[in-house]
Design a protein around this ligand. Sequence first.
Ligand code: SAM
Ligand code: SF4
Length: 329
Amino acid sequence: MLIDNHGRTINYLRLAVTDKCNLRCFYCMPEDGLNWLSRNELMSYDEMLRACKLLVGMGIQKIRITGGEPFVRKDIMALLTAISRLEGLQELSLTTNGVLTAPHVTDLKAIGVKSVNLSLDTLDAGRFFSITRRDEFGAVMETLTGLLKHNIEVKINVVVMDGKNTQDIIPLVALTKDLPVNVRFIEEMPFNGDGKIHQTKISWDYIRILEEIENKYPAIKKVQDPAYSTAYNYHIPGHLGDIGVIAAYSRTFCGTCNRIRITPQGTLKNCLYDDGVLNIRDLMRAGNNDDAVKKSLLKVFNNRVVDGWEAEKLVKNTGMHESMAAIGG
Ligand code: SAM
Ligand code: SF4
């Protein structure tokens, strides 16, 4: 088991496999995209697999593949299949925008993916276009249908944005009436890739999001949050699905933080809000054997910040807010 210097278990790795994306969600990256990583900067699949194997050996039980958009990276199913076979791994999941995912749903089921997080900020095709700057609403809905048909658990990630999609909160909650989906409303975070800090305070925090839902559904009930959950979880009596609210900006969940992140270029992040604590790609490329890499990893796991506020204070270049696509969410 991996335990950090604050007594928290580390058992969850989020691995971003690319910074590239086929959407341009305005809260995540600029319209022109990012300064994409070169092929050599990106970790290769062999390097990713070695990092995963090593970390699973150290105590990681769950790996989530994210990006950028995972399905934009060539032959992603080969990596997913190899990771799914790692001895000791209990859960492999992924986060996707759903644009290219539908044709892979059968294969995802076959390699044992039980749960997929699908990003969908609105049920209106026009607003989808204005948020993502791409006309792909139909493809995402096709993925949703395919996942449910194959009994893959679906969590729908909704970033709540003032003036953009707050009118979608109630229709998205209503989806849980007949569909067994978990709709999770996420506070917008300042990771939009344009180098500017857009908020020091957000107008739609988790409290306001919850009030909006409670006004329409006064019977909504708090349910027990699963261990390590970043969401406050709720259920509306008579509905098939559930609701979650994630205080990603307010950072109320750091006390039980069980996760680490690896970015597409191999930067290991102990916290979403830190700017990286080591580069695992460089360690491997320098010819270190597994024991040496493990030793370096243990050192940083024993030096984790207490919460996202402390991490943010320690960031060297405070004016810079990178794209969530370069972090993985
Ligand atoms: N492309 C995939 C997708 O969109 O699902 C995976 C990567 S995306 C960076 C992972 C998650 O981060 C998505 O659910 C997305 O909505 C969320 N995200 C991106 N930028 C965000 C921001 N500024 N604030 C809050 N969540 C954000
Ligand atoms: Fe792409 Fe996901 Fe970022 Fe949207 S949130 S631009 S889909 S990486």
